[in-house]
Design a protein around this ligand. Structure first.
Ligand code: FE2
Length: 429
């Protein structure tokens, strides 16, 4: 038997050591030892081999625009939105597309091979929509890009947002978005959730709304989102992004809300890097940290992933397209400290995020697409701890990025040997 490519000796996230055989764009064998030839062999001995990283929440129309035309002085969500409003009229198709493609190169090099990006439709030119639809075609060999029609300035609050949302969906945007907490009133927010879910149901699309990204405990649009998902048959294809108000909600109310979300099969996409930065800005002390109730939702079977949200844009001044940074921050803020919880954080930025986006073709299994990542770590927890190097990235059966192992030969003066951040745990008692 011959394969096009074999990844030899890698450690799978579940701890098994295996060879992975690839034919064309498909994984066709995963076995302890493959007695076979291959056109290309990747030596992954002792290295973690995993499904690719997936980001279910991003803003690719704004990425890498940090500082244009100025920076966000208050560090709040609302100043970020007004700053984006200043930048929007200055955008050109070419600039949006160049920045997005540059970001996609970063993403591929970090093993991030599927991204859901919201794209602002509150610009009558739909310039960012057109630019990202072009980008989607160009990067298809490397990255699955899903676009969400996102009425940033409010579906009702912005006079042409409704019409533009429909125009964007007509042009091939995949998912229906929304921002109910930014409408003028709670009632308008509620109505926007209903109408947007009806649009999605009518067109057979998924829904992913920015929902309750505020510290106001009375921002409860997630309740309406779950209700509409159930009423309209959108179970399993609806997500609520951010959900930060849940951090501050009354506990009794949450005890009723979470079972509704579970019944409606609504997924949650918290974005820990961004919300740890944006939330609580109106508090003195104690200062709320604004992360939604991750472990509590997971305990009820609600699907919860980790999203990145922003890299170098009006809302966030850092970022590297590394989903392990996202998992690392999420792990801390959600206090996911047990070995199982830490490993789950890795699963969230790979398999769980893929499931939220409906990407059934991704995963480290025979018959799935041959997209995978070799990491300089021996297990998922170590990968999160080290934000481990991506040694080899394979997309659709082709090697698309490689990087040498980190040089650990640095010596410390007065200490024997050299520094190695792997395998350091344990030792004698
Ligand atoms: Fe967002």
């Amino acid at each position: 038997m011959a394969f096009d490519l074999i990844v030899r000796g890698g450690v799978l996230p579940d701890g098994r050591t295996a060879d992975i055989g690839i034919e064309g764009e498909t994984i066709t064998a995963i076995e302890p030892q493959l007695e076979a030839e291959a056109g290309t062999v990747v030596d992954a001995s002792g290295d973690l081999v995993s499904a690719p990283f997936v980001d279910p929440h991003f803003h690719m129309d704004a990425t890498l625009s940090y500082g244009i035309p100025r920076i966000n002085a208050s560090g709040t969500l609302l100043e970020g939105i007004s700053l984006w409003g200043e930048l929007k009229p200055l955008l050109t198709h070419e600039a949006v597309s160049d920045r997005a493609l540059r970001y996609c190169d970063w993403a591929v090099s970090m093993g991030l091979l599927a991204i859901r990006t919201h794209v602002d439709v509150c610009d009558d030119r739909l310039l960012a929509v057109e630019a990202l639809l072009d980008v989607k075609k160009q990067i298809a060999p490397y990255i699955d890009l899903q676009l969400v029609a996102f009425p940033q300035d409010g579906f009702y609050r912005s006079p042409t947002a409704r019409e533009n949302t429909l125009r964007a969906l007509d042009r091939g945007v995949d998912v229906v978005g929304g921002i109910p907490h930014f409408e003028r009133t709670m009632a308008d927010g509620t109505r926007s959730v209903t109408e947007l879910c009806e649009i999605a149901a009518k067109r057979g699309l998924m829904v992913d709304m920015h929902c309750d990204e505020t510290d106001d405990p009375l921002s409860r649009h997630i309740e309406q989102l779950a209700y509409e998902a159930q009423r309209l048959g959108l179970q399993g294809r609806t997500a609520g992004s951010h959900l930060t108000s849940m951090h501050s909600m009354d506990n009794y109310y949450v005890s009723k809300l979470l079972p509704l979300m579970a019944e409606a099969q609504v997924s949650a996409i918290p974005n820990p890097l961004i919300n740890i930065m944006l939330q609580g800005r109106h508090d003195t002390f104690p200062k709320r940290r604004g992360l939604t109730r991750v472990k509590e939702m997971q305990a009820l079977g609600i699907r919860v992933g980790w999203g990145q949200d922003c890299v170098l844009d009006p809302w966030y001044s850092l970022g590297t397209a590394d989903m392990l940074d996202v998992a690392f921050m999420g792990l801390h803020v959600a206090q996911m400290s047990s070995p199982a919880e830490m490993a789950r954080c890795f699963d969230m930025v790979t398999n769980v995020n893929a499931a939220i986006m409906g990407l059934d073709h991704l995963g480290l299994e025979v018959g799935k697409r041959a997209s995978l990542v070799v990491l300089d770590a021996e297990n998922p927890v170590e990968a999160v701890r080290l934000r481990a190097e991506r040694l080899c990235v394979i997309s659709r059966g082709k090697i698309v990025a490689t990087r040498p192992k980190r040089d650990t030969s640095l010596s410390i003066a007065g200490r024997p040997g050299s520094v190695n951040r792997r395998h350091d745990a344990g030792g004698t008692a």
